[in-house]
Design a protein around this ligand. Structure first.
Ligand SMILES: [Zn+2]
Length: 242
C-alpha cells in the first residue's frame, strides 16, 4: 500500500471514529434531555394528583359537614340544647302519639313489622312540647333521669319510647328488665333496618349523659343507624368519628 493510500485510510478511520463519537455523544445528550423531560412530566403529574386529592378531600369534608348538619343527625344531649330554629311538623303515629312527619312512616313500619313477627310493642311517649318536658322535669322525683327542658330528644319529635305491652302493667315499665321483653328484643335487633337506634345504650352513660334506656329509639336514617348499631357505639361517638 502506498503512503498516500495509508494516509487516506487513516483519515477515513479518524472520520469514522469522530462520527461514532458524535453519535454516542448525541445519544447521551438525548438520553439526559429525555430523562429530564420524563422527570418534569412525572413532577407535573404528581402535583396534579396531589391537587386532585386535596380537592377530593375538601369535597368529602364539606359533604361530611353537610351531612352532620342534617336534621336526622341532630345531636341533643345534656350538654347540647336543641336549636331554637329546629322546625318540625308533627303527625300522629297511633293512639294520639305524634312524631316529626319525616319519621312517622319509618316508625309505623317498624311497629307493624314487629307486630307481624308476633310481638306487641306499645308506644308510651313520643313528641313532647317544651311545656310538657318542663312539667315532667319539675315533677320528677329524680332529676338526674329526666332531661332538662330544651335538652330532650322527645322535644325534637325524632324519638319514641316503646315498651312491650306485657310490661304495661308493671309499676314502672321503664327499667332495665325491659330489655328482656320479647318485643323489645325484636326492636333492638331490627330498629336499624328502619333508621332507628337504641339511643342510650348500656355502658355509655358517661358519654350520653343518660341512663341505659332499653326503650328509647331515635331516628337517624337507615345508613347511619346500621353503622351505629353494628359498631355498638352511641350517637355522640358516631358524630365524633364521622
Ligand atoms: Zn325517651
Amino acid at each position: 500500500m502506498s503512503r498516500t493510500k495509508r494516509r487516506k485510510k487513516r483519515k477515513t478511520l479518524i472520520i469514522v471514529a469522530e462520527i461514532i463519537c458524535l453519535i454516542v455523544l448525541s445519544f447521551g445528550i438525548y438520553k439526559i434531555a429525555d430523562n429530564r423531560a420524563k422527570q418534569e412530566r412525572q413532577k407535573v403529574a404528581e402535583e396534579e394528583a396531589a391537587k386532585q386529592a386535596a380537592i377530593q378531600e375538601e369535597q368529602a369534608r364539606q359533604e361530611k359537614q353537610q351531612e352532620l348538619g342534617q336534621w336526622y343527625l341532630l345531636l341533643v344531649n345534656p350538654w347540647k340544647a336543641m336549636p331554637d330554629d329546629f322546625e318540625i311538623t308533627t303527625v300522629e303515629v297511633e293512639n294520639g302519639y305524634v312524631v316529626d312527619e319525616r319519621v312517622s312512616d319509618a316508625l309505623k313500619e317498624m311497629l307493624a313489622d314487629c307486630r307481624a313477627a308476633g310481638y306487641s310493642p306499645q308506644i308510651i311517649s313520643t313528641f313532647r312540647t317544651r311545656e310538657t318536658q318542663q312539667y315532667l322535669y319539675d315533677h320528677t322525683a329524680n332529676k338526674d333521669d329526666t332531661a332538662i327542658p330544651g335538652h330532650s330528644e322527645h322535644e325534637c319529635g325524632l324519638a319514641a319510647d316503646i315498651i312491650d305491652s306485657d310490661s304495661a302493667g308493671w309499676s314502672d315499665p321503664l327499667i332495665d328488665k325491659q330489655e328482656d321483653m320479647p318485643a323489645q328484643k325484636w326492636l333492638m335487633e331490627h330498629c336499624q333496618d328502619y333508621g332507628f337506634i337504641l339511643r342510650y345504650p348500656k355502658d355509655k352513660e358517661d358519654i350520653t349523659g343518660i341512663i341505659y334506656e332499653p326503650w328509647h329509639y331515635r331516628y337517624v336514617g337507615k345508613e347511619h343507624a346500621k353503622e351505629i348499631m353494628s359498631k355498638g357505639i352511641c350517637l355522640e361517638e358516631y358524630i365524633e368519628q364521622f
